[in-house]
Design a protein around this ligand. Sequence first.
Ligand code: FE2
Length: 269
Amino acid sequence: MTPDLAAYARDGFLILEGYVSAQDCDALQARAAALVAAFDPGPVRTVFSARDQGHARDHYFQESGGAIRFFFEEAATDQPVPLALNKIGHALHDLDPVFDRFSRQPRLAALAHALGLARPLLLQSMYLFKQPRIGAEVGWHQDAAYLHTQPSTVTGFWIALDDADRHNGCLVELPGAHRGPLRERFLREDGRMITRRSDASPWPDVAPVALEARRGTLVVLHGLLPHASAPNRSSRARHAYALHLIDGRADYPADNWLQRPGLPLRGFA
Ligand code: FE2
């Protein structure tokens, strides 16, 4: 499958329908379910003392770039754990054999190269649950705000593991708006995570487009493309797997939130 590079340059995204087989979607969903079943939520959900909770939680997140960690939906109260999680992140692709194999398939390597990543490195992976009824909204953002390189190279592969539509919180984006500047960065400063505005321009005045995607669709997202997703108000889950790549030729700042001490970045090999 040759990607439509002209459309990608114009729009900042590409929709590759039927890219991932039903079998592979099943395998990723089954693997995520197994990881969740083996996860002991005690320390994350209940054990922290009230005073330490914020600090311990921050720590749990800050170290997740080189780990497999589980994050709850804020609205989760009495849901069982498999229906209460927001995501698993952020090194599934390095630390779990099923996600590793899937993420490093030669087809994805070829796609990354075709998109212009000469030395693609697999930086971040997330299993996104977008749970029925409580799956939270994700506000407008550029992925490069979280995964910054100089120059900007971050590229997302977002794969629908369930049908994603307007009712269960599909992606929404501003076509062509990837040609604007990076607006802000989420970074480490003195051991804390902060958001710093780097450009005051508003998002351009273009109509948002909902990227409804059937199960197995791969959406390529340019790192500077503003996108969001609505809350899931439906009774249907909207699972997705998101993999973020950068080009090893670009500089990866030491103040990026995602650091992986002891877990070197790898490409597709
Ligand atoms: Fe994003």
